[in-house]
Design a binder for this molecule. Structure first.
Ligand code: ADP
Ligand code: SF4
Length: 688
């Protein structure tokens, strides 16, 4: 296949100061949860993006000094020369595939606590730090500013030594000191760095000038800038001070990388924002500068990308999440394989890795974060080592991924699904308000499977043990999923507490068996998205809804996916009453018994229906029926995968299906590969 000429414009080279990007695909800086902790892991991950066709591949934010210590988050580090080799590893991996390597050096100023290094944070003025720690940043004096400029310059020089082609000055996401100086609400200085906008922009200007002077001969200098903070006049706005700063510094950097601040605004999930959602805030930038402009908006459609370029909104298609979901997105457009693009679903499981300081993961791309550790490549999978066919029972995310990956290995694959629809929980959940893009998990896999000659799909085919035993498959994956419990057992209660016709589970609601009238009590003992989404369903149907949770807020775990605030806002807008620090202890048909987690007091609330979002149980009856029988039938393996093995996230189900297929006919993994800590003393004692 060859490229559709409509997309030629995306493959034009673009000059960025002294360097040239081979096309318009730009992987903007993004966190990985890996950072300085595992350089090999990170280098391989970024190298694969370069291999996938991105013209520029950037690091995550990279700390320039111990007074910008992001712990417990794992970001990049260039504190001193000892950090150069690790960063060089990544730059080399990116260069190996002809891409430019960019580095986002930064000082966090008053956003981090320096919890690891125990250095008092610094900021334009005395303020509590932005992340929620009981720590204040101290106001910088002139010497501090001079030092900061020196650290930034040193880090730029180290970046160049490490081989980077583009060096950033960072001023967005409410994280960087340059932005903090710009913000009136954080800067009440009376010297030449405070007061007028020109004064508040002085540090940013100086950092750009310093960086250009230090490395501008070889490296392009990019500014990552906040086009709007979405807090109106209290902050930087696209038609106010953000615009004025860009106008002031328009030609100074070699590239503008613009977005909306802070990170939750920049990386909104598909529940709250659709492709291209930043355009209204960033499109003005190109009218003020002749320098190339990169912007983001969870772009996955080449038509949208072309439109952004042709309408003069952007010069580069910036991407973090789309490049995680499909590192080969540019290559696929280049090769005319549009249907092969694995589109990001906007769930932010990737973000949760950064928030939990664990290796990057992705719902759509199970190889993400496993490139070095397990040697997984998103586009390459080892051919099968044995003959015989594979049977996958259940076509949810685990079954679909297992079938696809086994088929890519060359196995003859049979996929049996009990219902007439493929997709399992993804199909059900994508019909919930705001979650329609989640269907991409199903659609991409079904699209791939339907084009493969070695795959047979059987709908309306509920398999029982006898069918499986007679089927003749060499390997069997049981991907039969899970169901939500009705009895109330979960995190809060270890014992059944409910029984009754007006107790509903998420499965009931998704199957259209809604409570007829309110007040509806949603007992959210799960703390992820489901409770909040079901509250929306019932409010749209007009019922009075009360959401009860032992957590401090609705959908508390979504703090890890940047959705906690938007969900709370939506609940407030819809008039959903939230009862935090409360558990449900009983349901009498017309009232619920509530327990205060704080005081132990018991309350009653009228309720005509109870929706329990507590826990799930595996659908594993088929496996149990097969347990002692499959070996005698000549089957080499029967394995439970996905939610049937252990109910978890959709991301984990996809991962589980992928891992199963990768490991067919392979030696079992004994030790999880990992990058071992360096022992400074040079002593390495092998324990026997
Ligand atoms: P997972 O997240 O692990 O992929 P899901 O619950 O999304 O799990 O999907 C499980 C799928 O398995 C559902 O589509 C369900 O209809 C199907 N299924 C369950 N039992 C059987 C069975 N005995 N035969 C065929 N399909 C089954
Ligand atoms: Fe997109 Fe979700 Fe993957 Fe993140 S985890 S890249 S949001 S599909």
């Amino acid at each position: 296949m060859s490229r559709d000429p409509r997309y030629d414009i995306l493959f034009e080279p673009v000059k960025i100061g002294p360097v040239i990007a081979r096309n318009r695909f730009y992987q903007v800086p993004h966190c990985t949860g890996i950072g300085w902790t595992q350089p090999e892991t990170l280098a391989r991950l970024r190298g694969i993006k370069a291999e996938g066709g991105w013209a520029v591949v950037a690091t995550e934010e990279t700390e320039i000094h111990p007074s910008a210590d992001c712990e417990p988050f794992h970001e990049g580090r260039l504190w001193d020369d000892r950090d150069i080799p690790a960063m060089a590893l990544m730059a080399d991996a990116v260069h190996e595939h002809g891409a430019l390597a960019a580095i986002e050096i930064m000082h966090h100023g008053g956003s981090v606590a320096n919890w690891g290094t125990r250095i008092a944070p610094i900021a334009p003025s005395h303020r509590p730090i932005i992340y929620n720690y009981p720590v204040q940043a101290r106001a910088m004096d002139k010497e501090d500013i001079r030092n900061l400029r020196g650290w930034h310059r040193d880090a730029a020089v180290r970046s160049k030594k490490a081989g980077f082609d583009i060096v950033y000055v960072y001023a967005t996401h409410d994280l960087s000191i340059a932005q903090q100086f710009l913000e009136r609400r954080k800067n009440d200085r009376t010297d030449e760095y405070g007061g007028s906008l020109e004064n508040r922009a002085r540090l940013l200007r100086e950092l750009i000038e310093d960086t250009k002077e230090a490395v501008g001969d070889k490296c392009a200098v990019a500014v990552r800038f906040c086009a709007d903070e979405l807090i109106g006049e209290a902050g930087l706005t696209h038609d106010g001070e953000a615009r004025d700063v860009i106008a002031m510094l328009a030609e100074l950097p070699d590239l503008w990388d613009v977005n909306i601040s802070n990170w939750p605004n920049d990386s909104q999930t598909s529940r709250f924002a659709k492709e291209g959602f930043q355009e209204a805030y960033t499109s003005f930038v190109k009218s003020l500068t002749t320098k190339p402009v990169v912007g983001v908006g969870r772009f996955t459609s080449p038509d949208t990308m072309v439109s952004q370029i042709k309408r003069g909104v952007l010069d580069f298609i910036g991407a973090a999440r789309p490049s995680i979901a499909d590192p080969f997105l540019p290559k696929k457009i280049e090769e005319g394989r549009i249907d092969d693009i694995r589109e990001c679903i906007g769930c932010n499981m990737c973000v949760s890795s950064d928030y939990t300081s664990t290796n990057l993961r992705c719902t759509q791309n199970p190889t993400m974060g496993e490139e070095w550790r397990r040697g997984w490549h998103p586009e390459i999978i080892a051919p099968k080592k044995s003959e015989g066919s594979v049977l996958v029972v259940g076509a949810g995310p685990a079954g679909l991924e297992a079938a696809l990956s086994a088929a890519r290995r060359g196995f003859e694959v049979h996929l049996a699904e009990a219902s007439d629809e493929l997709g399992g929980r993804v199909t059900r959940e994508s019909k919930l308000p705001g979650l329609s893009e989640w269907a991409r998990v199903r659609d991409w896999r079904v699209g791939q499977l339907e084009r493969m000659a070695n795959v047979s799909i059987y709908r309306d085919s509920k398999l029982e043990a006898g069918h499986v035993l007679q089927f003749g498959a060499r390997h069997v994956a049981i991907a039969t999923g899970s169901f939500w419990r009705r009895d109330g057992v979960g995190r809060d209660s270890g014992f059944p507490i409910f029984d009754g016709a007006t107790v509903y589970t998420p499965d009931d609601i998704m199957a259209g068996r809604d409570p007829e009238a309110g007040p509806i009590i949603i007992w959210d003992d799960d703390h992820y998205y489901m409770g909040g989404v079901l509250a929306e369903v019932s409010r749209y149907a007009g019922a009075e809804v009360v959401l009860v949770t032992t957590a401090a807020a609705v959908s508390a775990w979504t703090a890890n996916t940047l959705e906690a605030l938007p969900i709370a806002r939506r609940m407030a807008k819809l008039g959903v009453e939230i009862l935090p620090y409360m558990s449900v202890a009983g349901f009498a048909g017309d009232s619920v018994q509530l327990n205060s987690v704080l005081t132990g007091e018991k309350f009653e609330r009228p309720a005509s229906a109870l929706v329990t979002v507590t826990a799930r149980l595996p659908v594993d009856a088929l496996y149990e029926d097969l347990r002692d029988r499959w070996q005698a039938a000549g089957i080499a393996s029967v394995t439970r995968i996905g939610d049937c093995w252990a109910p978890s996230t959709i991301q984990q189900a996809v991962y589980s299906g992928h891992k199963w297929a990768r490991e067919l006919d392979e030696e079992p993994e004994v030790l999880i590969p990992r990058e071992l800590p360096m022992i400074e003393s040079g002593r390495l004692k092998v324990m026997t």
